[in-house]
Ligand binder design. Sequence first.
Ligand code: URP
Ligand code: ZN
Ligand code: ZN
Length: 472
Amino acid sequence: MGLLIRGGEIVTAESRSRGDIFIEDETVSRIGLDLDVPAGTDVINATGKLIFPGFIDPHVHIHLPFMATFAKDTHATASKAGLIGGTTTFIEMVCPSRNEDALDGYKAWKQKAEGNSACDYAFHMAVTRYDDKTEAQLREIVADGTASFKIFLSYKNFFGVTDEEMFNTLTLAARLGVITTAHCENAELVGQLQSLLLAAGKIGPEWHEPSRPEAVEAEGTSRFATFLEQTGATGYVVHLSCAPALRAAVEAKLRGVKLYVESVLPHFLLDKTYAERKGVEGMKHVMSPPLRDKRNLPILWSALQAGLIDTVGTDHCPFDTEQKLLGTAAFTQIPNGIPGIEDRVNLMYTYGVKRGGLDLHRFVDALSTRAAKLFGLFPRKGTIAVGSDADLVIYDTKYRGTISAATQHTNNDYNGFEGFAIEGRPSVVTVRGKVQVRDGEFVGEPGRGKMIRRKPHHGADVAEQQAVSHAS
Ligand code: URP
Ligand code: ZN
Ligand code: ZN
């Protein structure tokens, strides 16, 4: 039996028009005005609502062993929280540590997700060491449908890679046509600055930002861009937080480096004064790169509007109050991360589109379409078109609410955006045509989500690309 969504205002990255959407067999089969549909079709009245393509969060951590603990969400909790907030696909970072086997890690992450996610998902494979086995393992992982890598220039001796390892990873990525995402901070400088601050008795969360200043991120961004340029690889800077790093990225884009930029929800709305709060209140707002001086926020918003920032993710990474307190004796021990998968769409809609003049189509592009295109999900995901997966967000722009840990679905005891007003939220969310959310509640199939397998498409050597496609 089909599903008809009647009378909404269909908004994609390019267009806006009123119409009906008819869904059969998990995909959109017809779009038009006053569609005739078979008897027995389920009908959702979307009159007065916007209909967006399902939103894609290109940067989340769910299973994450990190800083002597584990991020709090499971695939069940994070996917439901994401769906309630309008995210129908997330891309999770597979992050085995440097001491672990990459392929074992990949299998472990896949196993954690399988059957447990309520929305669709894909993975970025972190390369945290490059040795004799790495090339064969990465080829196997790419052939399995994970066509994007992740490297960390920070977190020395844990996730971090050396420049030589970055070079080898990017060289292979260029040959395979795989895009490489990167956390860009200079690990050596961070380590040295942390030691100096701690030696001076500066142990509180307010010292986290000074230990990773803007210049340190700008250097990482510029170095990553130089390595892309020399290897011919395509890259994507994750969670870019400040004007100097943006300048480095834009300079690289202008000289033709194939570089894309993501910024994440906290850096648009929160500044470093949140992490300067006393005790655990400050610790709740520790992430890397850190929350920055407030002069950066309008610069990020303008760059988003201009498309210089390509995508908006969350870097969703929940640690609860007790875990944050692991850093009581030293800010370097505070588990890094701020959750946001549930709130990204509503907050970016409210503070971007409603209150900040962010173009509605750029909003859809940055929170859905561009990630789909960059990461090989388009046009299955990231748009509303005949043949696309029926991942739809029927959005109620009249809804008014307030973000609060008391009402959230993310598995955490605080919310970094506590008290922020929202003007809009999804009233219905579908995943491949199945209604998963109604008015802030999960009402669907908990295990509906599937891993979406992707093919490399970033200008690989043709022979290499065919080899990968045939293997998958
Ligand atoms: O603070 C952060 N960003 N935590 C998650 C790990 C990472 O660097 O993305
Ligand atoms: Zn990171
Ligand atoms: Zn991250």
